[in-house]
Design a protein around this ligand. Structure first.
Ligand code: PLP
Length: 390
C-alpha cells in the first residue's frame, strides 16, 4: 500500500514539475528584472547598507504588510535578536517559544542571555497552541507589579514568540489576547509567512514586532535577509540604531553609544528583494494552485494535508502532509528522496537538542506526535507555470 502511494506521489510531482530535473523543496524564482536591479546596484557602487535600495525595499515591505515601519536585517534570526534586545530582554528573563520550529527563535533568545520556555503547538496549523500557553501561564506564573513571574525559577517571563509555521497563520488573535492579559509583549516569527493574512491583516502585524525572512528557500528571497516590522516609532528607531552598530549619525566621526550589531541588509540584497516583491502576488497565486493539487492528492489517498485555517489566507510556503505513523512517514521520505524528489521531515524539537534539553517546557503532546509524522513536499512554483506567458 505504501509503495503504491509513494509511486503515485512521485508520478504526481514529476507531472507538475515536468520541465525540471531537480525537484527541490523550495527554490526561488528569478527573472530579468532581478538581474537588472542587481547590475544597477553594482554600477552605482553603493552595494552596502548605505545604498538606495535598502530604504526602497523597506518601504515596499511596510506598504505590503501595512505596518508603519520596517528595518531590514541580514537575516530573520538577527531580526529576532534585535526585537528581543529592543524589548530589553536579558539574562534575568525567560521567553516563551515553540519547540516545534526552526532553531532561530531559541538561538536568538539565548544570544540575549535569556532562557527559552517551550510550549506545545496546535495540530491543525502547527502554530503556538493558545490553550497550552494559557494553561502554562495559569499554573506556573503570577503577576507582581505588572511583571509576570515564573513561580519556579523566580525569573520574569518577558516575552512570547509565536510562529506562523510553513506559511499558515497561527491562532494569533487568541495568543495576543492571552499575552495582553498576562502583560507580556508578543513577537511574531513570520519568517515563513510573507503574504499570509488573518482577516486581511498581514501576519507579523498583530504583536509588538514581526519578523520576516528572505532566505533563499523562502517565498521571495534577497539571497539572505530579514525584516523587522512594527507600528511603534520608538521600537523602529531603537531597532534601526542597534542593528546599525549603534552609531550616532555624524558627518565623519565614529561614535557608538552602546554595543550594537552589524546587522543591516546590504543594498545589493535589498535590490533583489525590491524586484522579488513585484512578483509576490503572482507567486502566491501559483502556490495556492499547487496546494490545491496536493490537497486533492491527500484527500484521494487518505493523508492529512495542512490547510489554511478558516478565516485566514495562507501563502502555502511549504505544503505539508501528516502521515498516520512514523513507519509510513519514513517510507515516504526514503522513496521520494531516493527518486530525486526532495521531501523533508519536521525539525527536531528544540527541547530535544542538547543545548536546550534542560529548558522548561509543557507536555508537548502535539509537538511530539507531529515531529514524527510531518513531511514537507516540493513547493516551488513550477517554472513551466510561472514563465508560461513569457
Ligand atoms: C520559522 C523560522 N524562523 C526564523 C527563521 C530564520 O530565518 P533566517 O534564515 O533568515 O535567519 C526561519 C528560517 O528558515 C524560519 O523558518
Amino acid at each position: 500500500m505504501t509503495d503504491k502511494l509513494n509511486k503515485k506521489f512521485i508520478d504526481c510531482v514529476r507531472s507538475i514539475y515536468s520541465k525540471e530535473e531537480i525537484i527541490a523543496l523550495h527554490r526561488p524564482i528569478f527573472d530579468k528584472i532581478d538581474k537588472i536591479n542587481i547590475l544597477k546596484t553594482i554600477d552605482s557602487n553603493f552595494v552596502s547598507t548605505a545604498g538606495p535600495f535598502v530604504e526602497k525595499f523597506e518601504k515596499k515591505i511596510s506598504n505590503y504588510t501595512n505596518s508603519s515601519y520596517a528595518v531590514s536585517t541580514i537575516n530573520a534570526t538577527s531580526a529576532i535578536h534585535i526585537a528581543l534586545k529592543v524589548l530589553g530582554i536579558g539574562s534575568e528573563d525567560e521567553v516563551i517559544a515553540q519547540s516545534f520550529s526552526f532553531v532561530a527563535a531559541a538561538n536568538a533568545i539565548t544570544y540575549t542571555g535569556a532562557k527559552p520556555i517551550f510550549i506545545d503547538i496546535c495540530k491543525d496549523d502547527l502554530g503556538l497552541n493558545p490553550s497550552s500557553l494559557e494553561s502554562f501561564l495559569e499554573k506556573n506564573t503570577y503577576l507582581d507589579n505588572g511583571k509576570l513571574i515564573n513561580k519556579f525559577s523566580r525569573k520574569k517571563i518577558s516575552c512570547c514568540i509565536a510562529t506562523h509555521i510553513y506559511g499558515h497563520p497561527c491562532k494569533i488573535l487568541k495568543i495576543k489576547e492571552i499575552c495582553e492579559r498576562y502583560k507580556i509583549p508578543l513577537i511574531e516569527d513570520a519568517a515563513e509567512s510573507l503574504g499570509s493574512f488573518v482577516a486581511k491583516k498581514h501576519t507579523g502585524t498583530f504583536g509588538k514586532i514581526g519578523v520576516l525572512s528572505f532566505n533563499g528557500n523562502k517565498i521571495i528571497t534577497t539571497g539572505g535577509g530579514g525584516m523587522l516590522i512594527t507600528d511603534s516609532e520608538r521600537i523602529y528607531r531603537k531597532a534601526k540604531h542597534i542593528a546599525s552598530t549603534a552609531k550616532i549619525p555624524h558627518k565623519y566621526e565614529y561614535i557608538h553609544d552602546t554595543t550594537g550589531y552589524n546587522y543591516r541588509l546590504p543594498s545589493l540584497n535589498a535590490a533583489l528583494g525590491y524586484s522579488q516583491m513585484e512578483k509576490l502576488n503572482k507567486i502566491i497565486k501559483f502556490k495556492r494552485k499547487l496546494s490545491k493539487i496536493y490537497n486533492d492528492f491527500a484527500n484521494e489517498n487518505d493523508i492529512k494535508f495542512i490547510k489554511e485555517p478558516f478565516g485566514t489566507r495562507s501563502n502555502y510556503w511549504l505544503n505539508t502532509f501528516v502521515f498516520k505513523s512514523l513507519k509510513e512517514r519514513n517510507s515516504f521520505l526514503e522513496n521520494t528522496n531516493k527518486n530525486g524528489i526532495m521531501t523533508r521531515p519536521a525539525w527536531r524539537l528544540m527541547h530535544n537538542l542538547k543545548m536546550y534539553k534542560d529548558m522548561a517546557r509543557d507536555d508537548m503532546k502535539n509537538s511530539k506526535i507531529l515531529e514524527k509524522r510531518v513531511v514537507n513536499i516540493p513547493s516551488s512554483v513550477p517554472n513551466n507555470w510561472y514563465f508560461k506567458d513569457k
